[in-house]
Design a protein around this ligand. Structure first.
Ligand code: ADP
Length: 599
């Protein structure tokens, strides 16, 4: 074999300089290559290789110095850790170096996949083509992180103490460089996973059901973790019911009760201890599952064509909310530590998304219950009001008959009964109206209505009351129709209630202006009722649309009322697809504006 002419041998200073310059992959690659070349040219070997132990438990050859054939054949190749262990077991301990004499290897053994073409020199210390000399490289924690292998001493002899010492100096530097390379790779991986995690969170956080979360995040999770399959198990609100399994479309997974229980218990423990669990044929069971459970899960996985899973607990705060399972097949790489840490992070974010989905579901259920309750309330109101209406009509009729009769001293009492009965009748009428306008089962009548006619009718209805109160009513309306589509009786009710209130709450007279117009938004019409009455305090304005709300202002309390008028108005406006707002100032007056769709 021939040696590469002009082999470059790096000085320590050059390597130090390179390592100090930073961790770009090019710099580290150069440093490793320089070290390998330093070994060949300065220590005197024809071939030197540096290997890095990857998270897949394989040694990858990352630098080769020496012959181009060796480089072409070895660079970028992988050898299993078991083969390294095997050599280690056979090797003689030469301090930081390990030597395996050819006669200790079985003849067919050829771990490097490359046997140099060498005729051994004579003598007891002659180097044999199948001799192995290597050094395990250790990281700061003492774990093996790589290996430096040399071959073909240039003098044809097994190295003596002097050369071994020199080689040992390179071992230290190689370990440093490989450690830096691994750290940089971990960092790059971490950044990649962190970016991917952000994507997952973005997709998950806008989803409102666990099934949607799975659908949205599946692709990103699979891509990020090179996973062949995934699913999420979500615990129910109380954490004691069956945990629902959510799988992506096209992935059929069925967990029987026993497996589901194992998964839930492991998720709880995992969340508590803040760690993921791995079930894989090449790993011992983690503390999250027992040995039997581990075997049971593996049998289950092989039924799905999978071989290993990373089991990620999902939660928020102290509460475990479920688990995410990421699965791989036979031959896929092992789960790396960086992946485990990133998955645990994602478990927090997915946990929050699950919590949101749970809250959303609770809110939806509550809103449905409230809607049902509301329907029941409307029905109850309608029935009770209806039942009260007939006897009331009878009472009022009899009281009216008594009006002309001689009742002697009972006169004032009968008048009081009459007054109060009319009040109750007003309340019952309002309750019936409220029930009618809130009834979701009632189909709204729809016909084009010119609001100018509606306003006219309301003004006519209240003109006597207004005149008695010293009020002037001004109507401002265009000459052309101001049309909306709806129920004429309901629309009249809106106008009559607003105008009635304006009259009622303007005890000192003044002007009430009713303005009809188009806009301001396109395809809308507006009705504005403005008075110069007592006004409404700002803190009370938002409650005006609530049933039975009455102002605590003594000036308002003086007036007879049920607190139902504006609630009815708001319901009718809502049913017509419109909106209502108020602006008011105490002592200066109020302005109610109703906006309805134009037709
Ligand atoms: P009612 O008038 O029967 O009490 P409403 O629902 O029509 O019930 O009105 C609710 C409350 O809003 C009234 O009690 C009153 O305090 C206040 N209010 C409504 N309209 C006006 C107005 N134009 N000016 C001042 N206060 C008003």
């Amino acid at each position: 074999m021939t040696l590469e002419p002009g082999l470059r041998g790096a000085t320590w200073g050059q390597v130090e300089g390179l390592l100090a310059r930073g961790w770009s992959s090019g710099v580290l690659q150069d440093a490793l290559q320089m070290l390998a070349e330093g070994v060949t040219s300065r220590v005197g070997f024809a071939v030197a290789t540096i290997q890095v132990l990857r998270s897949t438990d394989e040694f990858e050859t990352v630098a080769v110095a020496g012959s181009p054939e060796a480089s072409a054949q070895l660079l970028g190749t992988f050898r299993p850790r078991s083969s390294f262990e095997h050599d280690l077991a056979l090797a003689e301990d030469w301090g930081s170096l390990r030597f395996v004499s050819h006669d200790r290897l079985a003849p067919e053994e050829d771990d490097l996949g490359w046997v140099p073409d060498l005729v051994p020199v004579a003598g007891p210390n002659a180097w044999h083509p199948l001799d192995l000399l290597f050094a395990p490289l250790h990281g700061e924690s003492g774990k093996v992180i790589g290996s430096l292998c040399v071959d073909l001493p240039t003098d044809g002899l097994r190295p003596g103490p002097e050369r071994r010492r020199e080689l040992a100096r390179y071992v230290v530097q190689c370990a440093r460089a490989v450690d830096a390379l691994l750290q940089r790779d971990r960092l790059t991986e971490r950044v990649r996973l962190a970016d991917a995690a952000r994507e997952v969170v973005r997709a998950a956080s806008s989803q409102f059901t666990p099934a949607r979360i799975v659908a949205e995040c599946e692709e990103q999770l699979r891509r990020t973790f090179d996973a062949r399959g995934m699913w999420i198990q979500a615990l129910d609100d109380f954490g004691d019911g069956p945990a629902a399994l959510h799988t992506p479309v096209g992935m059929e997974v069925h967990l029987d009760e026993d497996l589901s229980r194992i998964a839930v218990a492991a998720a709880r423990r995992g969340w508590q201890e803040q760690r993921v669990g791995i079930v894989s044929p090449s790993r011992a069971p983690t503390s999250l599952v027992t040995v039997e459970q581990h075997a049971r899960i593996q049998a289950f996985l092989s039924g799905l064509g999978l071989s290993s899973v990373m089991f990620v607990p999902l939660g928020a705060g102290p509460e475990c909310l479920g688990n995410l399972v990421l699965a791989r097949r036979d031959g896929d790489p092992a789960w790396s530590d960086v992946e485990c840490a990133a998955a645990l992070e994602i478990g927090h974010d997915l946990g929050r998304a699950l919590l949101n989905a749970r809250l959303f579901e609770q809110e939806r259920r509550l809103s449905e219950e409230l809607k049902a309750l509301d329907g029941y309330k409307s029905q109850l109101l309608a029935t009770v009001s209806h039942e009260l209406k007939n006897p009331l009509t009878g009472i009022v009729g009899h009281l009216e008959l008594l009006e002309g009769a001689d009742v002697g001293e009972a006169g004032p009492s009968i008048a009081a009964v009459h007054r109060n009965t009319l009040r109750i009748r007003r309340l019952v009428d309002d309750l019936l109206l409220l029930a009618r306008s809130s009834d979701p089962g009632r189909r709204a009548q729809r016909e084009p209505v010119d609001l100018r006619e509606v306003v006219e009718d309301a003004v006519e209805l209240l003109s006597v009351q207004a005149t008695v109160g010293g009020l002037e009513i001004v109507v401002v309306a265009p000459d052309t129709p101001v049309c909306t589509s709806g129920d004429p009786t309901d629309l009249e009710r809106i106008c009559a209630n607003l105008l009635g209130n304006a009259v009622k709450y303007s005890p000192d007279g003044g002007t009430i202006t009713l303005t009809l117009d188009h806009g301001p938004e396109p395809d809308t019409v507006t009705l504005v009722c403005e008075d110069q009455g007592i006004g409404i305090a700002p803190e009370e304005q938002e409650h005006l649309w609530t049933e039975f709300f009455r102002s605590s202002d003594p000036a308002a309390e003086k007036q007879v009322g049920t607190g139902l008028g504006l609630a009815i108005v708001a319901r009718i406006v809502e049913r017509h697809g419109g909106s209502i707002d108020v602006s008011s100032e105490l002592g200066r007056g109020s302005r109610f504006r109703v906006t309805l769709p134009a037709c």
